[in-house]
Design a protein around this ligand. Structure first.
Ligand code: PMP
Length: 318
């Protein structure tokens, strides 16, 4: 039996598509190089035909990567068009015919022997792809707890960007939740208001209104959140309000879900053991999962501008 290859054939690294095996760095590079690293998480989805693959909001993700790099003082040496082309080329070269995750990572290169606060490092940039199945419309749900950890705030580390070090805070909250028997956490900010999950934003449905913490609540400037606000308004005809959210609103909401590139739309069925609504997936969450799936897989022509088609040359062998 042949061993299944668990990694893609190619990654894109510092300006070139290269074979996976060739992309190595010396062990002394570990450490400070990634403390100031920033990254992106992007999804590509298959369509109904075997040659269809769509990257969701690639441009917006690359723009956020640019903002993240700017904030941590890493210089981006490539144009967003070049990075876009590189990403499309990589998916084609890796013969990707399944729902996938694309992760650009920018870090300080050549840090061995240097001080961590040194300015002006060369930025290394890596883009890799890996399979990531969608759980939309699968019935998957999660139970959550309000974390005892507070979300990092603007005066500590910038939550609005995808700074790798921010994820230490996320990791502590996520580990605590799982050890306590929950699937995920909701973090409050240092004003005690609802902020977000370890790797996803939070929305709640109350009557005909959808409420979500505003960007000043210590959240990442989420691209999914932005898209879902549009779909909730335009497709489901609901009112969406971005404001401060109290913890007890979560306990009293009709529906709660998290959202993000990896989280997509994930229904939350209880928080701190308060059942959300009747404890199963609510109608708004269900309708939103469906509407979002149609957008991601190329069925909803109204949101074509959010999709970058990869145009696979070779149809998948079934
Ligand atoms: N908040 C955090 C902390 C995240 O890590 C993510 C995932 N990137 C999100 C929110 C959702 O952001 P996006 O929709 O851009 O993936």
């Amino acid at each position: 039996m042949t061993q299944e290859i668990m990694h893609p054939r190619f990654v894109w690294w510092n300006g070139q598509r290269r074979p996976w095996e060739e992309c190595t760095i010396h062990v002394t590079e570990l450490g400070w190089s990634t403390v100031g690293a920033v990254f992106e998480g992007i999804r590509a989805y298959t369509g109904d035909r075997p040659d269809e693959l769509y990257i969701f909001r690639l441009r917006e993700h690359l723009e956020r990567l640019e903002r993240s790099m700017r904030l941590v003082r890493l210089k981006l040496e490539y144009s967003l068009d070049e990075l876009s082309e590189a990403t499309i080329d990589l998916l084609r070269a890796n013969n990707v015919h399944e729902d996938s995750y694309i992760r650009p990572l920018a870090y300080a290169a050549d840090t061995s022997g240097k001080r961590f606060a040194q300015i002006g490092h060369d930025a290394a940039l890596l883009v890799n792809t890996s399979p990531m199945a969608s759980h939309l419309k699968s019935g998957m749900t999660q139970v959550a707890k309000v974390s005892s950890w507070r979300r990092i705030s603007e005066d500590v580390m910038p939550p609005r960007i995808k700074n790798l070090s921010n994820y230490r805070n996320s990791q502590l909250a996520g580990m605590e939740a799982r050890l306590d028997g929950y699937d995920t956490a909701v973090l409050l900010n240092n004003q005690g208001k609802v902020s977000e999950g370890p790797g996803a934003c939070v929305m709640l449905v109350s009557g005909n209104q959808v409420v979500t913490p505003h960007v000043g609540s210590g959240i990442l400037e989420s691209i999914t959140r932005d898209a879902l606000i549009v779909l909730l308004r335009e497709v489901l005809d609901l009112e969406v309000v971005e404001r401060e959210v109290d913890r007890t609103e979560l306990y009293l909401a009709d529906e709660v879900f998290t959202c993000g590139t990896a989280a997509e739309v994930t229904p939350i069925t209880s928080i701190d053991k308060y059942p959300v609504g009747n404890g199963s997936i609510g109608p708004v969450t269900r309708a939103l999962e469906s509407a979002f799936d149609d957008v991601l897989r190329g069925r909803d022509a109204r949101y074509g501008h959010w999709r970058t088609p990869v145009e696979l040359a070779v149809p998948a062998v079934v």
